[in-house]
Design a protein around this ligand. Structure first.
Ligand SMILES: NC(=O)c1ccc[n+]([C@@H]2O[C@H](COP(=O)([O-])OP(=O)(O)OC[C@H]3O[C@@H](n4cnc5c(N)ncnc54)[C@H](O)[C@@H]3O)[C@@H](O)[C@H]2O)c1
Ligand SMILES: O=C(O)C(=O)C[C@@H](O)[C@H](O)[C@H](O)COP(=O)(O)O
Ligand SMILES: [Zn+2]
Length: 360
């Protein structure tokens, strides 16, 4: 099968996102002549981690597997502190490398460890979920959560390379695979309507690694992300559009103590901002309906608990797009026309949220 290479960054700092079957074989080349490799992975992916470690050992690298708790439980200060301690005890220097293997939670953590250890060492990311491939491992946003909110501590630290081996998606549970489709559809809503068309044409196929459009959906979503972050690595402007659906989404994740999948929360959040855009006179009922139809056609949730609103509103105040007391949302002026809506009224927010509670 062909290998696709999607470049990210400017001429000074550029790396490839490599997509294809069997591309894990490129890992030793990306690790280069580093002597030590810290391999951060969820403890549940031990078998895959053993294989990856074996490949690296064959090429002479000294591999230190560092299993971490599964999923969001890895993105904590305690887990990060444990890893820093192991790196210190094993004398990791600036010529050594951190490899992050797993879903978005593992690659966010691994990226953050690479960004913070000795003020920055090389990171190579090997995403093994749909969401990790199309979004989390691309673009250099790294971080962990605090009890007060999602991703509140982190750094921008672009990886040296990203390997999306499509073979790894075969073992991904269906519910996690579907979570990644929320970010794929996000890319469709904000920048690439062809994605929406491909999912509409075959929603069931979109939920399978063997779907007829799977490869195209993955590559299109990566291209959207690569294009946006290449122009605005540190989110001083346009990159904010990648936060479509995330203001409410992150608040839901926090309200659920991070037991609700990121993609599922973002799905509800995208319906919320579609309703908000409609109330603000920016888009019509037809586009709001299209959000609900597309997201629910692949099994993503489109509504949430009415009673949760006060807590969600409070949680949104720590969103990184907030300035002072002013909440800011990414909304659409039309399909693929994202803009920022600053300081919507409490009435607008409450009404948009009520529309998201129907059927919850
Ligand atoms: N940095 C960014 O730009 C960015 C972008 C989007 C999302 N994120 C973050 O990504 C995280 C969500 O990522 P996710 O949806 O991948 O969830 P996840 O990392 O929690 O992984 C989901 C589950 O799949 C399992 N898994 C992973 N790969 C597998 C495989 N190949 N086979 C079987 N099981 C496998 C994991 O162990 C986990 O249980 C959130 O923390 C979110 O904030 C970051
Ligand atoms: O890369 C970005 O920029 C994004 O916003 C992508 C999001 O999908 C991702 O969930 C990101 O981690 C959210 O970042 P945050 O800055 O809102 O914590
Ligand atoms: Zn996201």
């Amino acid at each position: 099968m062909t290998v696709t290479r999607i470049g990210v960054g400017g001429p000074a700092e550029r790396y490839d996102v490599v997509v294809g079957t069997g591309v894990l074989s490129e890992l030793p080349g990306l690790v280069g002549n580093a002597e030590k490799v810290c391999l951060i992975h969820p403890e549940t992916l031990g078998e895959l981690a053993d294989r990856v470690a074996g490949t690296l050992r064959e090429t002479g690298h000294n591999v230190f597997p560092m299993p971490v708790p599964d999923g969001e439980a890895a993105k904590t200060a305690d887990v990060a502190a444990g890893l820093w301690s192991r790196l210190g005890r094993n004398n990791f220097t600036r010529s050594d490398v951190i490899v992050g293997l797993g879903g978005g939670a593992a690659t966010d953590l691994a990226g953050f460890i690479a960004a913070s250890w000795l003020r920055g060492v090389r990171a190579v990311l090997v995403p093994t979920t749909m969401l990790g491939m199309v979004d989390a491992a691309v673009g250099g946003k790294t971080g962990i959560n605090t009890p007060e909110g999602k991703n509140l501590v982190g750094a921008f630290h672009p990886p040296a390379g990203v390997l999306c081996d499509l073979e790894t998606l075969r073992t991904l549970p269906r519910a996690d695979y579907i979570g990644g489709l929320a970010e794929v559809l996000k890319a469709g809503f904000i920048a690439d309507p062809a994605i929406c068309g491909l999912v509409e044409a075959d929603p069931e196929g979109a939920t399978s690694p063997d779907g007829p459009h799977t490869r195209e959906l993955i590559e299109r979503a990566i291209r959207v992300k690569a294009d946006v972050v290449s122009g605005d690595l540190r989110e001083s402007g346009r990159r904010e559009i990648l936060n479509y659906g995330h203001t409410l989404g992150h608040a839901i994740e926090r309200a659920e103590q991070y037991t609700f999948r990121h993609g599922y929360a973002v799905s509800v959040g995208m319906v919320f901002v579609a309703e908000l855009a409609r109330l603000d006179g920016r888009i019509g009922e037809d586009l709001v309906r299209r959000h609900r139809m597309l997201l629910s056609s692949v099994g993503l949730p489109v509504s949430y608990d009415r009673a949760a609103w006060p807590d969600l509103l409070a949680a949104m105040s720590v969103d990184k797009k907030t300035r002072g007391d002013t909440l800011r949302f990414v909304v659409l002026d039309g399909l693929a026309e994202p803009v920022i809506l600053s300081g919507p009224s409490p009435e607008q927010l409450g009404e948009a949220y009520r529309a998201v509670t129907a059927g919850a």
